[in-house]
Design a protein around this ligand. Structure first.
Ligand code: NDP
Length: 247
């Protein structure tokens, strides 16, 4: 029921929200399986967790590749015997006006933010079905709730993630597989995310906005821990979280 001893897979674990969540959950006794593309960052995080007495393993993972997601699930099973929770968190936000036609970046966002989540589900759902339990947590965004200029494709991917989670929850209730789902909608969180914006004007505006109000990724980690910590018969569907001062 609690976080302790749960096996938690995290994608996008190499920085920001994923890193903060891994650190927090490890301190609460969870066993972490970390995935992202930057090995140096994953190694550093794994070392920091184990130095503090926690348990973590990692694997280089590109969420756009189904087989990488499958290997991460295999790693969890080999090292810890099961997967209790998958936190599908990897994402990027190269926002720009649609008229700029940055179609490579549109495709990147669809591939990572949306298909990355689908690939994670493809890898883990057979395990959850067999176990008749499991917990899927995703990082959507307030952009998945409210449209804004410059955020069309990013917002579309985050809306889509919300829908996936809701339907997964409903279907699993119908099918009796007991899979819990939680969708998190963060607002301005201080991470590396803004570095993915290449459109100069959008980057300038977004950086200026984030400078006014942003909170640390540890606050999102608290929410993930809360969702996991609930009794197995209790599903916390959604959380919106952001700075108190952000309108
Ligand atoms: P970061 O940029 O710090 O983290 C993004 C993570 O995603 C990194 O660990 C990166 O790792 C990983 N990632 C990117 N592409 C891939 C890929 N192809 N395969 C595997 N991992 C990948 O930003 P955040 O921590 O803020 O972002 C985490 C999530 O939170 C994202 O989904 C983002 O959309 C969402 N979010 C963030 C908000 C914010 O204000 N910061 C607000 C709302 C939502 P690597 O490069 O090593 O692969």
């Amino acid at each position: 029921m609690a976080v302790k001893d749960k096996v938690v897979m995290i994608t996008g674990a190499s920085s920001g929200i994923g890193e903060a969540t891994a650190t927090l959950l490890a301190s609460k006794g969870a066993k972490l399986v970390l995935g992202a593309r930057r090995e140096d960052k994953l190694q550093k995080l794994r070392d920091a967790i184990t130095k503090d007495g926690g348990e973590a393993v990692y694997q280089i993972t590109d969420v756009t590749k189904v087989e990488d997601n499958q290997k991460l699930v295999e790693l969890a099973k080999t090292e810890f015997g099961k997967v209790d929770v998958i936190f599908l968190n990897a994402g990027l936000m190269p926002n720009s006006p649609l008229s700029e036609l940055k179609s490579n970046e549109w495709n990147q966002m669809v591939d990572v933010n949306l298909k990355g989540v689908l690939n994670g589900l493809e890898a883990v759902l057979p395990e959850f079905k067999e176990q008749k339990s499991g917990h899927v947590i995703t990082t959507s965004s307030v952009a998945g709730l409210k449209a804004y200029p410059g955020g069309a494709v990013y917002g579309a991917t985050k809306w889509a993630v919300r829908d996936l989670m809701e339907v997964l929850r409903m279907e699993s209730a119908q099918e009796g597989t007991n899979i819990r789902t939680a969708t998190i909608y963060p607002a301005a969180i201080k991470t590396e995310l803004l570095e993915t914006i290449t459109d100069e004007e959008t980057a300038e505006g977004t950086n200026a906005m984030y400078k006014q109000y942003q909170i640390g990724p540890d606050r999102v980690a608290n929410v993930v821990a809360f969702a996991i910590d609930q009794p197995e018969d209790t599903n916390v569907n959604e959380f919106t979280i952001g700075p108190t001062t952000q309108p």
